[in-house]
Design a protein around this ligand. Structure first.
Ligand code: DC
Length: 225
């Protein structure tokens, strides 16, 4: 086992707006672990693609953007070089492009080592779609978080409203369903629960309760031989 592999990882995967971000952030804080929001990497690439009008068929150019992405996470801020793109990458137009670039195999490959580099002592909570299946297959605990599409659309709606951003429930629900379908059907690292992941359906559950369950599962996983 390399020193890196000895660092525990909690992998939290699941569909859009399933609450992964909030839950993963709280679990990382509770354990004083590092935190990786892998979706933010795909979103940052999507943002650059939009900004420069790159053709979505041009996989080579987009994978080069991924390899050279000068992205930084400072607290809750996502920075690209000197620009603060925290808010911009949450816009629906970026969500749609992020889902398209995430389906490109070369882009996923380009991000692999960058994501693995987040595994540093004392531990890492990593959230996304393929954390437990591809990026950290040896994770100490794998969680697959889900919730009904309607509840997820409602959560996204509230989030956007709180941020003062415009949204329509009908469009959000439609976007979520489209993205679920694309994320689940793509040929590389599709969104799927691995056999060794614990399924947590958060429909109707408050964040606090979900966090409590994840922490309890982690404690149990640590005790397992
Ligand atoms: O989790 P999110 O909604 O911020 O992710 C944005 C997009 O990136 C989403 O369409 C799925 C994709 N993604 C992915 O394919 N693999 C990951 N590990 C994380 C996100």
């Amino acid at each position: 086992m390399t020193p890196e592999q000895a660092v525990p990882v909690i992998a939290i995967d699941g569909p859009s707006a399933s609450g992964k971000g909030t839950v993963a952030g709280c679990v990382a804080t509770a354990l004083d672990f590092h935190y990786l929001d892998s979706g933010a990497l795909y979103r940052a690439i999507g943002w650059v693609v939009l900004e420069h009008g790159v053709n979505l068929e041009d996989e080579l150019t987009i994978s080069n953007i991924a390899l050279n992405l000068n992205v930084d996470f400072c607290g809750n801020q996502v920075r690209l070089g000197t620009r603060d793109i925290t808010k911009a990458i949450r816009e629906e137009r970026v969500s749609l492009i992020a889902s398209r670039v995430a389906a490109l195999p070369k882009v996923r490959e380009a991000l692999l080592e960058r994501q693995r580099a987040f595994r540093r002592p004392p531990g890492l909570v990593a959230e996304g779609r393929d954390m437990g299946t591809v990026v950290f297959p040896g994770a100490a605990l794998k969680i697959f978080l889900t919730a009904s599409a309607e509840e997820r659309a409602e959560r996204r709606y509230k989030q956007l409203m709180e941020k003062g951003m415009h949204a329509s429930m009908t469009t959000l629900l439609q976007d979520i369903r489209e993205r679920d379908a694309r994320d689940s059907r793509r040929s590389v690292a599709p969104l799927q629960k691995s056999a060794d992941a614990v399924l947590l359906d958060t429909t109707g559950l408050p964040v606090k309760e979900v966090v409590r369950r994840v922490l309890a599962l982690y404690k149990k996983a640590q005790r397992a031989p």
